[in-house]
Every structure is written in C-alpha cells, then in structure tokens.
Write a protein that binds this ligand. Structure first.
Ligand code: ARG
Length: 563
C-alpha cells in the first residue's frame, strides 16, 4: 500500500490539482510528532488568494481520510498526516521482504542510459587523495542510477593526451631505465618527468626534442606510440589496483586520445554553423554574450584543446549511448570549463546540451597529521587506503580480539570508512580529512553503520531467527515506529539522491535507520517473553539489516555480518 499516493489522491479531490503533481509536494516532517507526511500549502496561496494557514485549515477539514491515515491536522501553512502505525508497519516491512535486494529501487529509468564520467585519471601522474571524491561519488551514482532502472555507463575519460607525453619520452630516453620503471611504476615516471623540467630550465633543446617526440606520437610513429602505450599501461595497472580495493568498474576507458580522429567533425561543424572566430591566430567560440571568456577550439599551431576533446566526446557519447543524462563528476575548479563548452554544444543547436551535467564537488584537505607530508601534498590514494586498513586492524584487535578473519573485516571497515567520509556531506562542501573522525565507531561514520548492521545480524543469529507470520499491531511503540518510518523513507531518499546527483542523501538515510534501530535496540527488549512481540521485533531487525546493507551497497561500502 502506498500511503503517500493515497494521500495525494485525497488531496487532489480537496485541492483540485493532479495527484501526481501533489505527490511530489508531500514532505517528510522533521520530527515524528508532526506526523508522517506534511503537505505545504504555500504554493496554493497565489491561485486561491488565501493565506497558507487558512488553506491548510480548509483542506484538513474537507479532506476524506484515506485508508491507513488516522488524522490530518493543520499546523501553520502545512497539513500534517498521521498514519495508522500498525498499517504502516505492515506496508513497509512487507515491501522490504517482498522486494528483497531491489528495495528502494524501481524501474523509473527503464530504457534510459546515463553516462557517468568519473575518476578520469591522468596518465603518468599519481593517483592521489584528491581523486577520492570523483571516484567514490561517481561510482555511488553509477549504482544508484542502476538501482532505479537506468543503465549506467561508467566512463574513465583518461587524461592521455598532451605535449607532456613528448617530454616523458625524452626524459625516459635520457634518464630512464626500463626495469626501474617497470617496478617503480608511476613514481618513477614522475621522477624523470620532474628531472626533465629541472634540466629544461637551462637546456632549451630539451623542449624542442619533446615537441618533436610529441609530433611523432601524433603521426603514429611506432616507437613513440609504443612508449606512450607503455606509460599508459603502467598507470592503469596502478589505478586498477585501487579500483579493485574499492570494488569499482568502468564500461569504457575512452580518454582524450581516443578522440584524435574525431576532432575534424567538431571543427567542421563549428565552422559550418558560423561559430568559429579567428582570434590572435587561434580559433575560438566567442562567449562574451554569456559573460564567459572564449572557448578555445584550436590553438594557433592548430592543436586541439581539452575543451575541444570534451565536445568531441559529448557528440560521440550521444551517438553511441543516446544518453538521457551525461554526468561529469569533476572538482568545482573546472566549473568554468564545463559551463563554457556546454554552452558551445548548446550554440551548435543540440537540445541535449541541457542533459550535460557538471556534478562538481569540493576539495579534500587534511588536518595536521592526517597525511604524511613526506612526499609533499601528493598523498597517494593507495597509501591512504592501506593506512585506513592498518589502523582499523589495530582497533579491531583491541575491541574484538576474538573476531575471525580480522584482516578481511579490517579492509572492509577501513575502506568503507574512507568511502563514507567522502559521501557524508553535500558534494560541494570541502572535506576535511581527520583519521580520528573517519574511524570513529560511534560518530555518524561508516564503521558505525557497518557496526549497526553487524549488530542486527548478530541478534538474528543468536535468536535462530526464521521468518514467520508477524502481528504488526505490536510494533506501534515509539521506537519501533521510528525504525519503520526510517525504513519507509529510504526509497524516496534514493530517488532524491538520483535527481540531485547527491549520494550523501542515501548516506543520511542510512544514518537515520541506524540511529532509530540503535535506540530501539536499547529501549525495547527484542527477545521479549511474548512470542508474538519477539517475532515482530526480530522481523523489524531483519528488515533493518537488509535495508542498511542495500544502502551501504549503493554507496560502495561493504556490510560485514560480524565486526
Ligand atoms: N583528467 C581530468 C583531470 O584530472 C579530469 C577529466 C574529467 N572529465 C572530462 N570529461 N573533462 O583534471
């Protein structure tokens, strides 16, 4: 039974607006005393020419209460609806059990593809802590969209093009050793690259050589290409280790170089559509009308740019995937870049330019002592992940010395803590990284949610729980009702997270469930003497562990059964 929909239907009769529209107006009140759903009357004030509180009174008076709703009450500009607790318990728990792993999901996005450009690492550059948000926000969105019936297409738009690869080749030829680099990977590549820059300050012939090598890459020279591919495979080998730890996958690794042969189309089309302008030798799209600097398409030497490649990639993705949305999970520093080239695509006359979305996020910075500063600010993601696992291992040894397979669980909890930390706040907020806060088992952290899940599993194990008929009328106490409301709110949170591209809304929903469950756990005896009460409370515990596990799965955090 969908209470929200039946309230919307009842409102539709009373307010004379479509039920589907009104459904989207219904809110969840901030506290249980204010009911289970609240209908804001503010938007009706203009058409009805009455003050919102008056409208609320009238609606509350005129409304025929739908089944399962016991009360509708005006409060200020809202009408608050109170559900029959036992009917709500039945509806929510049965839905959780029937839908199983699909709970919170739907076929909302059926038949629609969503491209998600995330992580998008740069070849021969370290994969550092700053890449954590794009990687985990992107993969959380990937799962959330899939859960809602969309088909997610994960794209790692590799930074694998540019003159720096000419420099890398020169550096390698002068100072590189194959073996050392095979073993040391990206670290070694970075070393010789830094050396190139130091030496080039006094020896300008190095830059000329670099340009020549880059030209050879562009011309498809065999030696140049094979070195370039080697740098690429070394980098990918390293990042893939991190992706494995995080349980992340991509459907495409088509990066900047993939579009080498697709630049002509962009330039030709822009020229045909009269959008190109010559400016100091460069070809640009003038965006002054939109209060933005010009978008440079071709440099004066004819080279294409980052933006040109992004435009080519968008055209290619539209052709290949016919996306309903194309998301770019990239730091807010690139805000102007995306606004510029999105505008260019719009000026090209593509109405799907509106489906290009920059999902931006803030920076990660460390507190004193959070990251080893030995290597400057470039703290490698791999090192942070290992440190998290080691620290968690120590905590587990101290807290649960008898736990089996501590190492696996330490990995799940350590990695989960880091992932959670990036998905705890709205994206745009800068993340301050602090080990104590991240690994705190009591705060609103990943370990806390995982622990709550493990606690529920342990209750069920000890009780030898087997599902059976439930008398829902015994789940009407305040603590049980709060857990049920929190479980019932989860599906809306998933939809809202998708609509706003904000995975933290799922994280917050998980916290809501965990907090309510822990309160219930402390205040109500689950193993009550009365068999019916016991069975119902165990069913509630079972529903909790299922939904928490689904939520954790969506944000990419493991849900161990023991901790
Ligand atoms: N490699 C780029 C960087 O590290 C991010 C690429 C984002 N994706 C895109 N299509 N521009 O800054």
């Amino acid at each position: 039974m969908d209470f929200k929909q039946s309230i919307a239907n009842a409102l539709s009769a009373a307010a004379g607006l479509g039920a589907d529209e009104l459904n989207t107006w219904l809110e969840t009140p901030p506290s249980p005393e204010m009911g289970d759903y609240a209908f804001p009357c503010f938007k009706l004030a203009k058409t009805l020419r009455k003050a919102p509180p008056v409208i609320a009174q009238e609606i509350a008076g005129a409304l025929a209460l739908p089944a399962g709703v016991v009360r509708a009450e005006a409060a200020g500009g809202y009408v608050n609806f109170y559900l029959d607790k036992s009917a709500q318990a039945k509806a929510v728990l049965e839905k959780v059990f029937i839908e199983g792993a699909r709970y919170g999901g739907s076929d909302l996005g059926q038949g629609r593809n969503v491209c998600i450009d995330y992580s998008s690492v740069n070849i021969a550059k370290p994969f550092h802590i700053g890449h954590l948000p794009t990687t985990v926000i992107g993969s959380a969105l990937y799962r959330i969209y899939n859960h809602l019936g969309f088909t997610s297409v994960g794209i790692n738009h590799l930074g694998d093009w540019g003159t720096q690869f000419g420099k890398m080749i020169v550096a390698y030829k002068l100072w590189g050793e194959k073996e050392t680099i095979e073993q040391g990977g990206v670290d070694e590549l970075v070393k010789i690259y830094v050396k190139f820059h130091q030496e080039a300050e006094t020896d300008s012939s190095l830059d000329d050589q670099a340009r020549a090598w880059f030209k050879r890459i562009e011309d498809g020279d065999e030696e140049a290409l094979s070195l370039f591919e080697w740098f690429k495979s070394l980098t990918l080998k390293e990042v893939e280790q991190v992706y494995d730890i995080l349980g992340i996958r991509f459907d495409s690794y088509a990066g900047e170089s993939f579009y080498n042969d697709k630049m002509g189309r962009v330039v030709d089309e822009l020229r045909e559509k009269n959008l190109l302008k010559l400016d100091q030798g460069a070809q640009i799209v003038d965006l002054s009308e939109y209060k933005m600097p010009p978008c440079i398409i071709l440099r004066s030497d004819g080279a294409t740019l980052y933006a040109t490649r992004d435009i080519a990639a968008a055209l290619y993705r539209k052709d290949t995937y016919d996306f309903a949305k194309c998301l770019y999970v990239v730091a807010y520093q690139q805000d102007l870049h995306f606004r510029q080239w999105f505008k260019v695509v719009e000026l090209m006359g593509y109405d799907w330019a509106k489906d290009l979305i920059h999902v931006s996020f803030g920076m990660v910075s460390g507190t004193e002592g959070a990251f080893s500063t030995r290597k400057g600010n470039m703290v490698k993601l791999k090192d942070v992940l290992s440190a998290a696992c080691e620290k968690t291992y120590d905590i587990i040894c101290e807290k649960s010395p008898d736990l089996e397979d501590k190492e696996t669980i330490a990995k799940q909890v350590g990695v989960g803590a880091l992932v959670w930390n990036s998905l705890y706040n709205g994206r745009i907020k800068d993340v301050v990284f602090d080990w104590d806060a991240v690994l705190n088992f009591d705060g609103e952290t990943g370990p806390y949610a995982q622990y709550t899940h493990a606690r529920a599993c342990s209750v069920l194990r000890k009780a030898n729980y087997a599902p059976a008929e439930v008398d829902y009328s015994v789940l009407t106490d305040a603590e049980s009702a709060a857990v049920i409301s929190a479980l019932g709110a989860f599906p809306d949170a998933v939809v809202e997270a998708m609509e706003k591209n904000e995975p933290y809304l799922v994280t917050r929903s998980i916290i809501g469930i965990c907090a309510a469950f822990n309160k219930f756990y402390y205040e109500q005896r689950i193993m009550a003497d009365d068999a019916a009460v016991r069975q119902a409370r165990l069913a509630l515990t079972d529903a909790t562990r299922r939904v928490v596990a689904i939520g954790l799965g969506l944000i990419g955090v493991a849900a161990p059964e023991r901790m």
